[in-house]
Each structure stands twice: as structure tokens, then as C-alpha cells.
Design a protein around this ligand. Structure first.
Ligand code: NAD
Length: 670
């Protein structure tokens, strides 16, 4: 009798020797929407030839039919036949076949990004954001995992948008993997280009952390949204004033936006979140991420009025269009303290944004069958959306753009969102007002880690270590960063109670360069003495101080004109790569859309050795201070203070500092 292959054997074989049986996709999973039929007949042939080059010629006659069909049905060739038979999840590190511990840790991270409990469309290899892919197809996955099993600590695997180009000789100091996603010649970086070249199988949209294997489930966005909402309330109400009974009105209960009610509860306000897709709203309600659910606007008004009068902390999902809520709250004179929006406006024409007055189903039909008409309806809706928000802001609502391109798309639709100077938007992005000046300019950003043992005890131990480090820093911290340290101490102490782990044993908090380095060094020491039982991967979201150039989001609070440049993110990935990162990545797109952002990140495997200690100190220092230096050169006040402090702390650092011009002198220019 033939023994079934073990997990390790299946990884090691890569593309199977025998053609596996045909598989179809499983209805129990959410699937990527059918993509636009954009290729010409000649380009379709190219897409098929591109897909077939992963397989022996003897299989082509069989596979050609299947791939033609996939391209026709789904607009992409996912190669469902090659989905592995084993379960997809982050295993403890010792279960991976590998010659390099670093490579095994990367395999763990890849599997986590494709785990059906974590990934949005797991069988299309999409982790989040509708199109944030880890790979373009299953052949790329199989070959990459095999390569990672083979690679030694003196080789580097180069990944081109999901495609494993090859393993090249390098050195112990070099990264084990270098990842690029969606890097295009700038003139070919429009959304249409993503549709075309992704359908051809030559590029992919890696989002921020999907294509760099650093996604850790919803915990990251809950933390970021909590920090944003807490600080937005401080801005609106003043420090120390409780947000209990105050309203935060927003939209979206999807992949990322679904974090809003949970974050609102942790911040302590009333969150009203409209969601047009009933199944998305019901899913979040059933998962306990939102406390109440109603399909009825009258009922919503009653619930909200009662919550306000009782000064409650509660989150409410309304199944319907957010514009109806903004308009009705206005006529009911319900005061909204904070307003935002997290519909997917980075993708307005293909299901990211549902226009008011049209049902969910009618919208889906129109976008597929009458795309030009749909575009007009969306733009009219955006104009109405902005008008409704404007009524509230004139009564005192603090409205901020939450990084979904709401203001950008509204301005393109000629909605009333422009400042009188016709250059800026009327409203700030959350980075301009909140995360930029309060966090990024001081180096505070989304530091994260994963315990590769898969052990809950290890995760608890890392939580304790991180809390101790931050508490010791708070004792001597300057006033400008004390609040951020305190918020993150509270967060990490409650992290276990909030039960946010989905998938790998991961944690996130915001820390500055000093904090990240001290926490990582303490982990490394604990791995060395056995208190933590296996290596820990450290990394971060790309949505950070230095990793991302994005003029409407991460770098929207850069005012020297350089926010449309992408030098910082490129320096970041190159700088991290030779300072010790285990893997580095750089992506076009992510968050706000293809062509709108350049973002990069890293992963670093801590194994308790002195070599790890040197790498973490060298790399984390640059990873954060690169962005602070750039923000200081742009004359950002917090960064000027932070980099001066860093230069005092680190004699090896010299940053070019700006000379500030007297405003009165400038005003003399005719
Ligand atoms: N600020 C950040 O840190 C941050 C982080 C992640 C994502 N984002 C951005 O936020 C957006 C949302 O991300 P996501 O992963 O939740 O996307 P998603 O597509 O999963 O969810 C968006 C939801 O909005 C709903 N929706 C659309 N139009 C609506 C309307 N008019 N009224 C009510 N509901 C409506 C959709 O049905 C969908 O469920 C994206 O543009 C993303 O890039 C920002």
C-alpha cells in the first residue's frame, strides 16, 4: 500500500511529479470577485503561455483547457488544481522541512497569510483588501515553499510579485528573501494596468503586508484604529475628557473596516457603523466585533438616542448606506463628535463603494454590466455624501479621512471637499492630524512580532517583556511621547484579555526606535536563555514612519512638497536589507491603490544569538530613524525634536538639519 505523503514531503516536492487530479474551488470560502475581462485575444494567449511555463510540456494539453476556462470564469488563472492537500496554517517552526531556521520562519509567515481563518479569499491567495495577494497562483506557492525548504543561510531567494525568480548565492549577513510586488515603470501604474498585467500573470497587488508575509490578522488594524480614535477624541474633546456617550459615525464592516466598532469600544465611545452588505455586517455581529445590529433606520435612531442619554460605550451596525445615516442624523439633530469613512474607495468602480439610492444587488449588477453608468452614479453619490458630512462639520463634527482615498475620490467627483485655497482638502487625513504629528514624527509605529513556537505561553512572556520595557521608558520619557507610551502600556497589558489573536501567535504595539530596539533586544535575550522557547519574528506594518511614501496617507503630513516622492521607502528597504533584515519587501500600491503609494517592510528572525542582537540594533535604528530624518528635513516639529534627541543618544548619527525661514521674510516675496 502506498503511504500518503507527509506534510514535509509535500513541501519538498514543490510541483508534484504526477499531475494531480483536477480540483474545483470550495464554496465554503469567500472568493475574489470575477475580474474585468481586459485582455485582447493575443494577450489571453500570452497569459496562458505564461501560466503553462510552470509545468512540464506533457501536461500542457490538459492544463490549457483548464486555464482558458479559469481566465474566462474568473479573469485570472489561479491554478486551483494545484492547491495543496494539507491544511493551511502557521505551524510551529520545527514542523517545517528547512536547512535554514530563517527560511522556516518565512514559511510559517507565508502559511499564516494564506490560512483560511486569516485570509479573505484563501483559494485565490488573497489575504486582505480584495486584491492583496501573497502569490498570483498556486504554482508560485508550491515552488516558493520548496525553495525555502532548500535554501541555506548563504543564499537569497528573489521574489518578483509572487514569482520565485530563483535562489542566488549571497552571504550569512544578506536577507534570505527579497520581495518586490507590483513595481512598474511609473507610466504603467494605473489601475487598468494592474488589471491587464495581473491577468497576464506578470505582476500582482501585494497590498501592504499580504505580499510581504507580515499580515497578522485583524489585531493590527484594531490596534491602529484604537490609537486613531482615542487620539481623535483627545483632539476634539481635549486630553483627559471621557468619550463615553459621544458618537463616532463611520462606514464599512469589511476586512479592515470591521475593526472600527471594536476599536470604538476599547476607546470608550458610541460607534455607529453603516454597512451596505448585510452578510458582512452579520458576520461581524456574530463574531462579537459589534454589539448591536439593525436593518432599520428608525430603530437606529432610538438606539443611538438612548445610548447618548445613558453615556454608553456601545457599537451599533446599521445595515444600509452610510449617506442615509449622515442625512438622518442631521434632520434628527444628533450630534456626531467624530466622523470618518472606511468604504473601499481605493477601488471605487469595482465594488469598493456602494452609491446611495441603489440596492447592494442593483449596484453589483450595474458595475458589471453598465460600468460607465455606475461610475456616474458613484460620483453623484460622493457629492451627496460630502454635502451630508459638511452639514455635520458645520455643527462641530471632527471629520477625518481614514486612509481609504475618500477625499481623493470625492474631489475627483467634484464634491465639495476642497479647501478655499483649491489645493488642499477641507478635512485632514488621520495622518495629517493624528498619527503623523502624534506618532510617526516621533518614530511611533506598528511594531509587531510572532512567536514561532506557536506557544501561547511564549506570547504571554513577550507581552510581559514588552510592558516592562515600555514602563521603564515611561519613567524618564519627555512629555511629548509620554501619552503614546502610556497608551501602549495599557494596550499590551490588556492584549490577552481582548483575545485578538487569529492565526499565528502574534502581537502588535506602537513603539519608537528606542522602544522597538529595547523590546527586540529583551526578546533576543529571553530566547537565548530559554525563557522564550523558539525564535521570534519581528516586523511591522508598512503603514509606518519610514516604510511608506503615500501622499494621501502615511506621508500626508509632509508639507515641503516632497510628499509625491518615493525616495524614503526605497532607501528604507535597501537600508534595512544590508543592516540585517531576514527578508525585505517593496510594493507599489497597497491601501490607497495601485500607483498611489510605494511601501516596504521587513521581517527579522531573532534566534537568541549575538548575531541577532547586532542585526536588530543596527536595522531597527535605521528602519525608524530614516523616516524621522526625512520628516525633520520637511520641518515637522515632532521629528526635529526626536532626531535631535536621537543624535544626542547616538554619536554615530549625523542628520542634515533644516534652517527654518522666518515666515515674515517669505511674505515679502511678490
Ligand atoms: N487607515 C488605515 O490604516 C487603513 C487600514 C486598512 C485599510 N484601509 C482602507 O480602508 C478601506 C476599507 O478596507 P477594508 O479592508 O475594510 O475593505 P472592504 O472592502 O473589506 O470593506 C469596505 C466595506 O464598505 C462597505 N461599503 C461600501 N460602500 C458603502 C456605503 N456607501 N455605505 C455603507 N457601507 C459601504 C462595503 O460593503 C464593504 O463591506 C480600504 O480603502 C483600505 O485601503 C485603511
Amino acid at each position: 500500500m502506498i503511504q500518503p505523503m507527509t506534510f514535509k514531503e509535500m513541501i519538498l516536492q514543490g510541483i508534484p511529479e504526477q499531475l494531480p487530479n483536477k480540483k474545483s474551488r470550495d464554496d465554503k470560502y469567500s472568493h475574489a470577485p470575477k475580474r474585468k475581462d481586459i485582455l485582447t485575444p493575443t494577450e489571453k494567449k500570452l497569459a496562458i503561455a505564461n501560466a503553462l511555463r510552470y509545468f512540464p510540456a506533457s501536461w500542457h494539453a490538459v492544463l490549457i483547457e483548464e486555464f482558458v476556462e479559469e481566465l474566462k470564469l474568473y479573469g485570472r488563472i489561479y491554478m486551483y488544481r494545484f492547491m495543496p492537500d494539507y491544511e493551511m496554517y502557521a505551524r510551529p517552526i520545527h514542523e517545517y522541512p528547512a536547512k535554514s531556521k530563517q527560511a522556516a520562519a518565512i514559511m510559517l509567515m507565508i502559511q499564516n497569510n494564506l490560512d483560511p481563518a486569516v485570509a479573505q479569499h484563501p483559494q485565490e491567495l488573497i489575504t486582505y483588501g480584495g486584491n492583496g495577494a501573497v502569490f498570483q497562483n498556486w504554482a508560485q506557492y508550491l515552488i516558493t515553499m520548496k525553495y525555502l525548504a532548500q535554501i541555506t543561510d548563504t543564499q537569497t531567494l528573489h521574489m518578483y510579485s509572487g514569482h520565485p525568480m530563483g535562489i542566488f548565492p549571497s552571504s550569512v549577513e544578506a536577507p534570505r528573501v527579497v520581495v518586490t510586488n507590483g513595481m512598474m515603470i511609473p507610466n504603467y501604474s494605473k489601475p487598468e494596468d494592474w488589471e491587464r498585467y495581473n491577468a497576464m500573470g506578470v505582476t500582482q497587488y501585494g497590498q501592504m503586508t499580504a505580499g510581504s508575509y507580515m499580515y497578522i490578522g485583524p489585531q493590527g488594524i484594531v490596534h491602529g484604529t484604537t490609537i486613531t480614535v482615542m487620539n481623535a477624541f483627545r483632539k476634539k474633546l481635549g486630553a483627559g475628557v471621557s468619550p463615553n456617550g459621544r458618537i463616532f459615525l463611520t462606514a464599512g464592516l469589511g476586512g479592515m473596516s470591521g475593526a472600527q466598532p471594536k476599536a470604538g469600544n476599547i476607546a470608550g465611545c458610541i460607534t455607529v457603523c453603516a454597512e451596505v452588505n448585510a452578510s458582512a455586517a452579520i458576520k461581524r455581529f456574530e463574531q462579537g466585533w459589534v454589539d448591536k445590529l439593525t436593518h432599520n433606520l428608525d430603530e437606529l435612531i432610538d438606539i443611538v438616542k438612548e445610548a447618548v442619554s445613558n453615556k454608553e460605550v456601545v457599537s451599533i451596525a446599521y445595515v444600509g448606506n452610510v449617506i442615509d445615516v449622515w442625512e438622518r442624523f442631521d434632520t434628527e439633530n444628533i450630534i456626531v463628535d467624530l466622523g470618518s469613512d472606511q468604504t473601499s474607495l481605493h477601488n471605487p468602480w469595482a465594488g469598493g463603494y456602494y452609491p446611495v439610492g441603489l440596492s447592494f444587488e442593483a449596484s453589483n449588477d450595474m458595475m458589471a454590466n453598465h460600468p460607465e453608468q455606475f461610475k456616474e452614479v458613484v460620483q453623484a453619490s460622493l457629492r451627496r455624501h460630502a454635502d451630508a458630512i459638511n452639514k455635520h462639520t458645520s455643527k462641530g463634527t471632527y471629520f477625518f479621512d481614514y486612509g481609504n482615498a475618500f477625499l481623493l475620490e470625492a474631489s475627483r467627483a467634484n464634491a465639495d471637499v476642497m479647501h478655499d485655497n483649491h489645493i488642499d482638502f477641507k478635512y485632514p487625513s488621520y495622518v495629517q492630524d493624528i498619527l503623523g504629528p502624534m506618532c510617526f514624527d516621533y518614530g511611533f509605529g506598528p511594531f509587531r512580532w510572532v512567536c514561532t513556537s506557536g506557544s501561547h505561553e511564549d506570547l504571554k512572556r513577550t507581552d510581559q517583556i514588552a510592558a516592562t520595557v515600555l514602563e521603564s521608558m515611561l519613567a524618564n520619557a519627555p512629555a511629548s511621547i509620554a501619552q503614546q507610551l502610556q497608551d501602549n502600556i495599557t494596550w499590551i497589558k490588556e492584549a490577552e484579555k481582548n483575545k485578538l489573536v487569529v492565526g499565528s501567535k502574534a502581537r502588535i504595539l506602537y513603539a519608537d526606535a528606542e522602544g522597538r530596539s529595547k523590546i527586540a533586544a529583551a526578546f533576543n535575550e529571553a530566547i537565548g536563555d530559554g525563557t522564550i522557547t523558539a525564535p521570534v519574528v519581528i516586523g511591522r506594518d508598512h503603514h509606518d514612519v519610514s516604510g511608506t511614501d503615500s501622499p494621501y496617507r502615511e506621508t500626508s503630513n509632509i508639507y515641503d512638497g516632497s510628499k509625491y516622492t518615493a525616495d524614503m521607502s526605497i532607501h528604507n528597504v535597501i537600508g534595512d536589507s544590508f543592516r540585517g533584515a531576514t527578508w525585505v519587501s517593496i510594493h507599489n500600491g497597497g491601501g490607497v491603490g495601485w500607483g498611489e503609494v510605494s511601501n516596504g517592510g521587513f521581517g527579522l528572525v531573532l534566534d537568541g544569538t549575538d548575531a541577532s542582537k547586532t542585526k536588530l540594533e543596527n536595522m531597527l535604528f535605521y528602519d525608524v530613524n530614516n523616516g524621522i530624518a526625512r520628516r525633520a528635513w520637511a520641518r515637522n516639529t515632532g521629528s526635529l525634536e526626536a532626531i535631535e534627541r536621537e543624535m544626542k543618544r547616538s554619536p554615530n548619527l549625523t542628520v542634515t538639519m533644516p534652517n527654518l525661514v522666518d515666515e515674515k521674510l517669505l511674505q515679502q516675496i511678490q
